[in-house]
Structure formats: structure tokens, C-alpha cells
Design a protein around this ligand. Sequence first.
Ligand code: ATP
Length: 311
Amino acid sequence: MTTRTNTSTGPRTTPVTVRVPAKVNVQLAVGAARPDGFHDLANVFLAVSLFDEVTATPADALTVTCEGPDADKVPLDRTNLAARAAEILAARNGLAPLVHLHIAKNIPVAGGMAGGSADGAAALLACDALWGLNTPREELLDICAELGSDVPFSLVGGAALGTGRGEVLTPVPAGSFHWVFAVADGGLSTPAVFREFDRLAEGTGIPEPQASPALLTALASGDPDALAATLANDLQPAALSLRPSLAATLDAGLGAGALAALVSGSGPTTAFLAADEEAAAKTAAALEASGTCRATRIASSPAPGATVLPH
Ligand code: ATP
């Protein structure tokens, strides 16, 4: 537990809402499995303008509710990353987590877009403001890393290179880009996709994961053709192996004029880079008509990290 002088105005009685973005990995380089089972990664995260909102309200007990198209797939118990964030922050400060967390969910669930991680980061920031804690940024980032590898990036947003398990972040410059995301039926479990990666890689030499200098230059330039030529996801063959139907979705987007198509993170959401806003709308319409996905979302990048909304 840490003690600190509370310089804020103290706990709030009115709700606090935090908006938090989804992410796409424009590069996901995966190393060999480590003895602890994790993989070293070189991970270029990009936050996109698809947002969840988490509202924290004072309550008699820790409770979670969720609304949105995928709400029935979100656990409402203590396994929800938003609830875990509240518990960890409260325990560190000697408080009881007396908060109701409401998640307005727009990020696909189990879709490889870090939706759960986003809610963890959002709940952390919301509870910090609700309880008037003014936790230093470094400590918030530590708690995020404890919650999961993708959670620190949800707090930071923008674009960043993640190393280690993906949680050691270095911000990188990014121009603006337009994206279409195709939401698949059902989710894919991230650990299962890593296990399939290990199975497919058995007996092959896996190089040390490294960020691609060409990709980082393209990302900074804002040139969609340059970025399209460098997008790379080492988990894509594993995701396609577990969900072969994703190949048809990728083809449909490319056939509709997307500059590049890739599986987002561990999938099964697929991401399509568009030349501009108009091309994104056309690609989304063609993907919807193709019948190869459940829904599409249009987004731009980079997006800011978790942000407290004005009340
Ligand atoms: P990542 O890209 O970080 O691997 P993901 O986007 O594939 O994650 P999530 O949407 O985070 O996947 O969901 C993965 C699982 O986490 C869900 O199946 C669900 O059981 C659990 N989960 C815990 N908290 C949440 C939350 N707040 N929102 C969604 N899922 C959650």
C-alpha cells in the first residue's frame, strides 16, 4: 500500500465517465515461447477511434453492468478487467471498492482489439478521479501492467512500440489513417492463438522480434500506401488456422479496394487500411454486402488514450 498526501478536492459524489479507445497492431512480431510461457513481442500499437465508455458511480458494493451489441458476452463478475482495476486501486489505497462500473461497450468482445484491456484502463482512471486519489501516472501504468499486457497502451493511446510482453511502451509518431474493421461471429481466445502459433512454429527457428524501421517511418509519414506495404502480424497464420473463414473476409476487403488487410492482434476482427474516408466507407459497404462478416466499423487513427470526459 502507498501513502501520499491527497492534494485533490477529495472523493466525488457525482459519476465519472472515461472514454477509452480500441487498438490495432500495425506490427505484431512474436518471438519464441519463453520458459514462463509468455512470448517476447515487438508490438506497434495504434489507438483507433472506436471507443468504450466506463462510468464509475459511488455504490454500496462493487458491481458491473454493460450495454451494447456484445454486452451478453462480457463477464459482470470480478473477472471483468474493469472490476479488477477498481479492486487493485482500492487495495493499494486501503479503501473498499464501493463503486458501480457501467460499461458502454462499442469495442468488439474477444476481437483482438483489446476491449477488456481498454475497460480496465478506463475503470482505473475513473475510480482514481472518483476517489480523489491523484495517483501518479507511473503508478497507474504499473497497475495497468499488472492487469494485462495490453492495458498500459489503453491508458496511453496514440501510437507506441511495446516490447517485453508488450507492456513496456515507447511512444512513436503517427500520421493520420483511415480504417475499416470487420467484426466476425464469435471470438478467438488470445492464449489459444498463441498456442497455435507455437504449434505452427515447432521445429522452425524463430527470430528475435524487432520493430520494422520501414513500418515506423511509414506510420510517422501518414502515407497510407507506405503503411500498407509494411503492415505485419505474426499471429495471422495462427488465427487463420483456427478460423479459416477469415481468409474470405480479408479477400473481400482487398477486392473492395482496401490498400491492405490483416487480422487485428489475435483476431478474429480483421482490419483494412483505406486510402481516405470515402474509400473506407466504400470498403465497409462492400464488406457488409459480402456476407463474410457480422458487422463493420469505420475508424481513424491515432486516437487519444483513456480520457475523463467533462461531466
Ligand atoms: P486482446 O486484444 O487484448 O487480446 P481481445 O480484444 O481479443 O483482447 P477482449 O475483448 O479483451 O479480447 O475479451 C477477452 C475476454 O476477456 C472475454 O472473452 C471476456 O471473457 C474477458 N473480459 C474481461 N473483462 C472484459 C471486459 N471489460 N470487456 C470484454 N471482455 C472482458
